[in-house]
Design a protein around this ligand. Structure first.
Ligand SMILES: *[C@@H]1O[C@H](CO)[C@@H](O)[C@H](O)[C@H]1NC(C)=O
Ligand SMILES: *[C@@H]1O[C@H](CO)[C@@H](O)[C@H](O)[C@H]1NC(C)=O
Length: 597
């Protein structure tokens, strides 16, 4: 989950600033429109809380079944002529697949005990409350402002929170709510937006993936129709001279055939569209979406060893000239993250077809392990901290490599990635690394007074990830800023914005290893999250995790709170066959896609 996810601090594309100003202008129009719309909504009953979970592959029981009827958008992107059509389409792979190994731990003797059931219901209640807040105060808007109770447009005005939450509603067995939301989602009009451009990455991982996984779980044909319609729009982003998409999908440029790839775009943006576009091809039988992303995969394969840190791709890539050897920054955090995440996930999705994904994964992780992982120096009696690992950054200069022991909440996904690659390809060392990374994030949560990890922080690093690393109180005191817990040096961004990556990895490693203490850590994290972020209506991002006492709530609830964070908290306390990792693979926004057999 790339730049894309965490706007880093130094570089904001001019087009985003334009977008923000435009938001101000549209707010009045939108408010009038939404008020009218809300008045037309029938009174909505409160959520039934306390239903048992439903198996993912059975339809929810019918109460007052709304018809989920597809309504086409007012503009059909299939009518736009491609300026740079491809000479031929690549077919989906049909060669003999590589054997993949089981991802989940063997849970044969699993018992769903009372404590776990109680925790599962507590998560479900938190979700139901936030959903109700969204429904009553921001229905069909992109986001709810969880303190002041308004709607907000952040992703084109296409009901981001609603589309992102569809599959969570299904998974939690909130079937009436799922039906209402799905019925609204299949009526969205992609041409009805005040924006002049869409963020290709965000629209793919949130909207396209949200619709695909809601279809994968429910089998409602209209959801696939809506996903395909959006896929046809986003497919136009590939209509550039070299078929590499730009960062922004500009509607007018696309219609006029004047799109061109960027010289300096976050690598994760074009390079993690593969799961969504491939699943769409698998579901529709139309290979064009897969063909579009396969060209980016070719580029990744060709350039993997050409960067300044061979084996990895830099944070920023020149997609127009297709070169990777000028940029010096390497990371598994913002800007680059989901590029790596999607390598093993593509293997999982395709059931072992296209072994080049495994090869790229192995090569990239060899490099990452050598250059990006570090261990914090912690006191000997801190048993949880002793095993912690974090991904940091490397800057490659002509005469030396600068290692920066700074990590981010976003990078916490890495535990799950090493775990998945380790399981699928039978690399025990990767599962072990994944577990240390996941435990590192849980430890960092607990180290701060709120029980939450800062968005960006740095630690005092050990010389290596495995050798001896005695605690040096003097060194820590010298390097650490005020109020930093033992082992930490500073927090450059002290917010917690309801992000999922830490619980994501703790959940995935629980399913992979079956270790029950991971559930205890998850419960500790959930309580801390609720304690600091709960509002009257829902949950809010907070300004500072390092404070003692009540942190300031910043009135923001991004759609990943319902799509990801609460889904992973719910699933770790659910029976392990609910969304089994051997049947599903999650996209970077926690949308489960059915894996090929
Ligand atoms: C890149 O280098 C690694 C390690 O030397 C090697 O295993 C891999 O095959 C190379 N990849 C490509 C695409 O040449
Ligand atoms: C909840 O937050 C308060 C401060 O607002 C803090 O004092 C308390 O320890 C927290 N409880 C838990 C379980 O985190």
């Amino acid at each position: 989950m790339a730049y894309p996810r965490g706007w880093p601090f130094c570089f904001v594309p001019a087009s985003l600033l334009r977008l923000d100003r435009r938001l101000v202008r549209v707010i009045l129009v939108a408010a009038i429109f939404m008020t009218a719309l809300m008045l037309l909504q029938p009174a909505r009953p409160h959520l039934p809380v306390g239903q048992p979970h439903l198996p993912a592959d059975r339809p929810p029981p019918a109460h007052r079944r709304l018809e989920i009827r597809f309504k086409p958008s007012s503009f059909d992107w299939r009518t736009v002529k491609q300026r740079y059509p491809v000479p031929s389409l690549r077919a989906l792979p049909t060669d003999h697949p590589n054997q993949l190994h089981a991802v989940q731990h063997d849970f044969t003797d699993y018992v769903h005990d009372a404590t776990t059931q109680h925790r599962q219901q507590a998560v479900r209640s938190a979700f139901a409350k936030s959903w109700r807040g969204y429904k009553e105060h921001a229905w069909l808007r992109d986001e709810l402002t969880p303190v002041t109770g308004h709607g907000k447009t952040t992703f084109g005005g296409w009901a981001a929170t609603l589309v992102d939450a569809l599959d969570t509603l299904w998974i939690m067995g909130l079937s009436d709510e799922f039906h209402d939301a799905a019925a609204a989602a299949v009526q969205l009009d992609w041409a009805k937006t005040k924006d002049t451009a869409a963020n290709l990455f965000e629209t793919t991982i949130r909207h396209l993936a949200g619709l695909i996984s809601a279809y994968d779980l429910s089998g409602e044909p209209a959801l696939l129709d809506k996903a395909t319609e959006l896929g046809d729009m986003l497919y136009m982003a590939f209509d550039t001279p070299n078929r590499m998409p730009g960062f922004w999908f500009n509607f007018q440029d696309a219609k006029k055939g004047r799109q061109i790839a960027g010289h300096n775009d976050p690598s994760a943006s074009p390079c993690s569209l593969s799961l969504e576009f491939t699943r769409l091809s698998l579901l529709t039988g139309d290979p064009k979406y897969y063909d579009a992303v396969a060209r980016i995969t070719d580029f990744l394969e060709r350039t993997q060893n050409q960067s300044k840190l061979p084996g990895m791709w830099p944070k920023l890539i020149d997609f127009r000239d297709q070169t990777v050897n000028t940029e010096i920054g390497f990371s598994m955090g913002a800007w680059a993250d989901s590029l790596y995440e999607y390598l093993p996930k593509m293997s999982a999705l395709l059931g072992g077809h296209l072994p080049n994904y495994e090869k790229m994964y192995r090569t990239a992780m060899d490099t990452a392990q050598q250059h990006l992982l570090f261990r914090p120096m912690v006191p000997e009696d801190d048993k949880e901290g002793q095993v912690a690992l974090f991904p940091g950054d490397a800057f490659v200069h002509t005469d030396k490599i600068n290692y920066v022991p700074e990590s981010q909440h976003l990078s916490c996904f890495a535990g799950g990635m090493f775990g998945l690659g380790g399981k699928l390809f039978d690399i025990a060392a990767h599962v072990a690394l994944g577990e240390r990374l996941a435990r590192g994030c849980a430890w960092a949560y607990n180290a701060f007074p709120t029980g939450l990890m800062p968005e960006v922080f740095s630690v005092v690093p050990c010389p290596s990830i495995d050798g001896a690393c005695p605690w040096d109180e003097e060194r820590w005191k010298k390097e650490a800023g005020n109020n930093m817990p033992r082992g930490f040096k500073s927090a450059r961004d002290t917010r917690y914005i309801l992000r999922p990556e830490a619980i994501e990895s703790v959940f995935l490693l629980y399913r992979m290893t079956g270790k029950p203490d991971l559930r205890e850590k998850a419960w500790r994290m959930f309580q801390a999250v609720m304690n600091a972020t709960e509002t009257r209506l829902a949950n809010s991002a907070i300004a500072d995790v390092t404070v003692t006492g009540k942190p300031v709530q910043t009135d923001s609830m991004e759609s990943f709170w319902l799509a990801e964070t609460l889904k992973y908290f719910y699933l770790i306390f659910s029976p392990p066959d609910l969304i089994s990792l051997d049947e599903f693979v999650f996209n970077t926004e926690a949308h489960p896609f059915r894996r090929a057999k």
